[in-house]
Design a protein around this ligand. Structure first.
Ligand code: SAM
Ligand code: SF4
Length: 499
């Protein structure tokens, strides 16, 4: 089968239709426009009532979200930011989860006008990593100290579900001796960002041990979507993409991640789209998104739109959209990536984001070749705003009081999907995560941290240990003896012990 024939059989109409409600999508542009129009010039007491609801860790309604999106008053915006900070603290405490993206292929049958991988881009050098190359890339990522990664793929028969599953097997099988000589380090959780697939294909990823499956809708506005994704390509099918997560849950993957590419259409509309998506997943499956992403469009090789879209989002609007997302879907993790500049990343991590990447390379094969982005501009998808190492970012966040977590226990202990959601809403998962954050931070400080990071990290970990000893929950649940013994064993050189 050639690539064209392959592309023609990917979309399965029956796997779209089964999720429609009365033949309709959960996105109705007219209804979103009405929500937004009805929310203009909100009064203060209404906004404060909505903030109170977020603080109770309840997902907001579209009308409530539209109200927050319409706040313009600087003082009120500041109150929203403080409420967002408090919501984040209640659900995720001071933890920040790190991951690294691993780009496995840049061959693509689609032609998204904003992406360096689009099929029309003749300047892009194409490559699909072999299993040997995947091993070498994984080794380089592990050697930075990472334990979680997101594998990223173009859509092509050479990087189909079988290839993705095989590459995941290779990643999980790759082990490295730690620099301190304390056992092995390996990738303990693989999340995947790849094109929407059929339920059968998604089952292959589930069997290969996928963590979170991530697909961004790019824009939720159907007409704008059609302008950016040529008809006749797989990605030109808006609905096939809109129900990607519905199919994933049906395939058994219950950690699903949504996102929109900000800069393609009005940012307020996209926030509403993300909310309606979360609400539909809750309604149809009782599971909301594990994470929400809001990548901002960056310049991509030869792409006019990526630099000239009329909807490019400025920093101020970006801060606001992160704040509203934090408040609107309080239980979901929010991911900020190295697309963003260091200073902005630091700021929005404080009041919104729970996950981020570092030591990021998005060129195909760039980790093992140790290439910076300027050295392989013809193999990247877009330009990064922050190329700092994991060690540098971990240190900066530790200075700000944030503890780095490489925890992957939730998924390995079955705390996923609806189970993790109710634990997050009640603040229980956060407590387990605190213990696992400290255990994995101990591993990192011993194995990979530079002397400067270790100095700051040791202070932070002492404060965390103190807090754990003083928290009644841990005593009541009799978790302290096991935790203390794991901590001592890790400090003495054992690895991968979790609660
Ligand atoms: N090919 C798959 C797909 O489109 O779903 C997955 C991989 S694609 C490389 C991952 C994401 O990168 C896309 O969903 C899009 O949101 C984002 N992206 C594409 N072009 C971008 C740009 N110029 N700046 C920032 N992000 C971009
Ligand atoms: Fe291909 Fe994804 Fe880039 Fe579109 S965004 S061209 S589907 S890699």
């Amino acid at each position: 089968m050639n690539a064209k024939e392959w592309a023609q059989q990917v979309v399965k109409p029956a796997e779209i239709e089964k999720y429609l409600i009365g033949g309709k999508d959960f996105i109705d542009p007219a209804a979103i426009a009405e929500d937004l129009a009805a929310g203009v010039r909100p009064d203060r007491s209404r906004v404060r009532d909505i903030l109170q609801k977020s603080l109770e860790i309840k997902i907001l309604t579209p009308a409530e979200t539209a109200t927050l999106l319409n706040v313009e008053e600087p003082e009120l915006l500041e109150e929203m930011r403080e409420a967002a900070f408090e919501v984040k603290r209640r659900v995720y405490d001071n933890r920040i989860v790190f991951f690294a993206p691993l780009y496995c292929s840049n061959l693509c049958v689609n032609n998204c006008v904003y992406c360096g991988f689009r099929s029309d881009n003749g300047a892009e050098r194409r490559h699909v990593l072999t299993m040997d190359e995947i091993r070498r890339e994984t080794e380089a990522v592990i050697d930075e100290g990472h334990k979680r990664l997101i594998a990223v793929y173009g859509e092509h028969p050479r990087s189909d579900a079988d290839y993705i599953a095989e590459s995941m097997g290779q990643i999980y099988a790759t082990k490295r001796t730690t620099p301190s000589g304390s056992g092995f380090n390996s990738i303990r959780r693989i999340n995947v960002n790849a094109a929407p697939m059929s339920i059968d294909d998604l089952r292959k990823l589930w069997r290969a041990g996928i963590g979170t499956y991530q697909v961004f809708q790019e824009t939720y506005h159907p007409d704008r979507y059609a302008e950016l994704h040529p008809a006749g390509t797989i990605k030109g099918n808006y609905r096939w993409r809109l129900y990607a997560m519905h199919r994933a849950i049906d395939a058994g993957i219950d950690d699903v991640a949504i996102g929109a590419l900000f800069g393609l259409y009005d940012w307020r509309f996209e926030v509403m789209g993300l909310l309606y998506h979360a609400l539909d997943l809750e309604r149809q499956f009782g599971i909301g998104p594990h994470t929400v992403s809001f990548p901002r469009m960056q310049p991509a090789l030869g792409s006019f739109v990526s630099e000239n879209s009329p909807y490019l989002v400025r920093d101020d609007a970006f801060r606001r959209l992160v704040t509203v997302l934090r408040l609107a879907i309080p239980y979901s993790g929010l991911i900020v990536t190295a697309r963003e500049r260091a200073d902005l990343r630091r700021e929005i991590i404080r009041y919104g984001c729970t996950q981020t990447d570092a030591s990021t390379k998005i060129g195909i094969g760039a980790y093992s070749e140790k290439k910076r982005q300027g050295e392989n501009a013809d193999k990247v998808q877009f330009t990064l705003g922050d190329e700092r190492s994991l060690d540098e970012v971990v240190r900066e966040l530790a200075q700000d009081g944030f503890i780095t977590s490489f925890c992957t226990a939730g998924y390995r202990c079955g705390r996923t999907g609806d189970k993790i959601m109710s634990l997050l809403e009640k603040g229980v998962e956060g407590r387990f995560c605190k213990l696992n954050a400290v255990l994995t931070f101990r591993e990192y400080l011993n194995d990979y941290a530079s002397p400067a990071t270790r100095r700051i990290g040791e202070e932070l970990i002492r404060r965390e240990l103190d807090e754990i000893e003083r928290t009644p929950f841990f005593t009541e649940k009799r978790l302290l003896p096991t935790f203390r013994s794991y901590y001592e064993r890790i400090a003495a050189g054992e690895r991968d012990l979790y609660m």
